[in-house]
Design a protein around this ligand. Structure first.
Ligand code: CP
Length: 304
């Protein structure tokens, strides 16, 4: 295996062997995700800065818990509570934090490429926790890890991603990660949110969710990213839901059991029905638990 990249900015920079290695470390650390487990001291003496300039529940909390479970110190700031509000640049903010002897930066930002920019200017690892519409590599890793734990392998498996593909960093990272691991990917959504250029990613594209649900082994439903919509892409959420929300009714005719995933936050009834989100085939909360193990693995590998 080649050495891991210096920063974790994109799934595209990871070879299959890198991903398998992260999964193997996560397998070892999964038992340590529970607070009652004996604490790991891998990151004792290290300090991790969580810079979240965009809202987050799952990613921020799981990075914070992951660092603490590995005995690192954590500092966490958000844009609303930082001097960015007074005009300080992102780079000056990061440089000032590093002057306090911080060993790694976890960055979420609404601007695509913000973590890549910071990575070019700092001497510590930068972990991309989601940048604009570009990538969310740790989400893709935890999604693939969840499926790999369920199935043993993703080789030859068929994964459907449904929703606002145009604005989804989760879709971008997942397509690359799933394909690296040998899965087949299909994208579904309204044409306005799934432009034809996505076919260049060597994925199948469809506008018919019922047909796609008959094809897949697992479906990832994605949130409508309304905060990134600069114009109207669908007439209304109700009309979107009637065509694209994944429901038991649309699954009629599927000959096999399908697994349901969602990176969160869910808009229930818009992207997926309550019945499926909370049903026995849902992996949604497993994704969250596995997110902690994956982020522990990532911090343990990148923040040494
Ligand atoms: N999946 C995800 O990134 O969720 P948060 O925005 O809550 O971190």
């Amino acid at each position: 295996m080649d050495p891991l990249p210096a920063h974790l900015l994109s799934v595209r920079e990871l070879e299959r062997a890198h991903i398998e290695h992260i999964f193997a470390v996560a397998d070892r650390l999964l038992a340590q995700t529970n607070e009652s487990a004996k604490p790991e001291t891998i990151l004792s003496g290290r300090t991790v800065a969580l810079l979240f300039f965009e809202d987050s529940t799952r990613t921020r909390i799981s990075f914070e818990l992951a660092a603490k479970r590995l005995s690192a110190q954590v500092i966490a700031i958000s844009s609303s509570a930082s001097s960015v509000q007074k005009g300080e640049t992102l780079l000056d903010t990061v440089r000032n934090i590093l002057a306090m002897h911080v060993h790694a930066i976890v960055l979420r930002h609404s601007a695509s490429g913000a973590p890549h920019f910071i990575a070019r200017h700092v001497p510590v690892p930068v972990i991309n926790a989601g940048d604009g519409t570009n990538e969310h590599p740790t989400q893709a890793l935890l999604d693939a890890y969840t499926l790999r734990r369920r199935w043993g392998t993703l080789e030859g498996k068929k994964i459907l991603i449904v929703g606002d593909i145009r604005h989804s960093r989760v879709a971008r990272s997942n397509v690359h990660c799933l394909q690296r691991l040998g899965a087949h990917v299909m994208l579904a959504g309204p044409p306005t949110l799934l432009p034809s250029f996505f076919e260049r990613w060597h994925v199948r594209v469809t506008y018919d969710v019922r047909e796609a649900l008959r094809w897949c082994d697992a479906v990832m439903t994605l949130r409508m990213q309304l905060e990134r919509h600069q114009t109207k892409f669908v007439p209304s959420l109700r009309e979107y839901a009637s065509h694209y929300a994944v429901t038991a009714d649309k699954l009629l005719g599927a000959q096999k059991e399908v697994l349901f995933m969602h990176p969160g936050p869910i808009n229930r009834g818009v992207e997926i029905s309550d019945e499926l989100a909370d049903g026995s085939q849902s992996l949604i909360l497993e994704q969250v638990t596995h997110g902690l193990a994956i982020r522990m693995a990532i911090l343990s590998l990148w923040c040494r």
